[in-house]
Design a protein around this ligand. Structure first.
Ligand code: NDP
Length: 307
């Protein structure tokens, strides 16, 4: 059975940064990228707040470069998803793609978080067919059409302004009478004339036919039910941390975020560390994910030296 010194799970900013540090420290890391190499950042376009890029940087390019940087120092980057773990004793046992079992002396979990959906049957029915959780991936298909974005956070505002550039009209469906988003993002929305915010509204149903989405039925807080006519329905209501496969062994909070110890990336299992969005319900930025990937790799180095 293959025995790996430092196994990193996840190919986002946290995982790649951990791989850069671990490979430079001579830990011969192996990184499994999972289903979404590059992580959530690949669902956006330009990153303007990552330090070192005064003009902004293409998100996919940033991830490709982080990956290449890790590979340059010898990180072994592989396609594959961890489908089961046994953290009951060291070396830890991990199953890749439900078939290959490998052993690892130390593990960094950097599996990120996944977009949430409302859970409506009609939303499921049209998923992948005009219902999307990624405006930057799918917005292109709705040029000069009318669409709706659900949510009132930074993601929703960002996606709505992005779509407003492409689409004829963008409705924002916001369940309260205020945004959760930062002032800067709210300002962007206010300054975009083809965005209409529908306050105090919840989606009852996504409407459509064989051709895809044709509208949405909304209910306002005062009880009024009404339909809007749209061609695309975008979700931007937050994320679910990808921690399920570890839960038998690893402590998580009530929302599924992995609990780490104070300023450290240590989990409740000695030798298993967590970095990035899977353990961060608060900041969830590429730069903070990268920083925690760095911390986790440095901690693994110390751990392996002392064991
Ligand atoms: P948030 O959790 O910040 O916002 C989620 C939004 O969706 C809220 O408006 C929430 O409403 C709404 N919502 C949640 N569940 C439902 C539901 N079932 N029905 C309707 N609406 C719902 O998530 P984001 O993804 O927007 O942001 C996550 C983090 O990433 C934040 O910290 C944000 O600041 C950050 N971010 C930063 C960016 C940047 O700096 N460029 C870009 C994007 C995100 P309510 O407010 O009522 O709870």
């Amino acid at each position: 059975m293959e025995n790996i010194r430092c196994l990193i799970i996840g190919g986002g900013p946290a995982g790649y940064t951990a791989a850069i540090y671990a490979s430079r420290a001579g830990l011969n890391p192996v990184l499994y990228e999972g289903m979404e190499p590059g992580g959530q950042l690949t669902t956006t376009t330009i990153v303007e707040n990552f330090p070192g890029f005064p003009e902004g940087v293409d998100a996919n390019q940033l991830m490709t470069d982080m990956r290449a940087q890790a590979a340059r120092f010898g990180a072994d980057i592989r396609r594959g998803t961890v489908t089961a773990v046994d953290f009951s004793s060291r070396p830890f046992k991990l199953t890749i793609d439900s078939e290959t079992v490998i052993e690892a002396q130390a593990v960094i979990i950097a599996t990120g978080a996944t977009a949430r959906y409302l859970g409506l049957p009609s939303e499921q029915e049209f998923r992948g067919m005009c219902v999307s959780a990624c405006a930057t991936c799918d917005g292109f298909f709705y040029r000069r059409k009318d669409v709706a974005v659900v949510g009132g956070g930074d993601t929703a505002c960002e996606e709505a302004t992005y779509l407003a550039n492409l689409c004829n009209k963008v409705y924002m469906i916001v369940r309260r009478d205020v945004f959760r988003a930062s002032q800067a993002m709210q300002e962007k929305v206010r300054n975009t004339p083809n965005i209409e915010v529908l306050w105090n509204c919840n989606t009852r149903e996504v409407l459509g036919d064989a051709s895809g989405v044709t509208g949405a039925r909304l209910e306002r807080k005062d009880g009024k039910v009404f339909d809007i006519s749209i061609d695309g329905f975008f979700l931007a209501i937050g994320h679910h941390p990808n921690s399920d496969v570890f839960k038998e062994f690893i402590q998580t909070d009530e929302n599924g975020y992995i609990v780490t110890s104070g300023k450290s990336c240590m989990t409740n299992v000695e030798g298993v560390f967590a970095a990035g969005d899977v353990q961060d319900p608060s900041f969830r930025q590429a730069i903070t994910a990268a920083a925690s990937g760095c911390k986790a790799a440095l901690e693994v180095e110390k751990f392996l030296l002392s064991h």
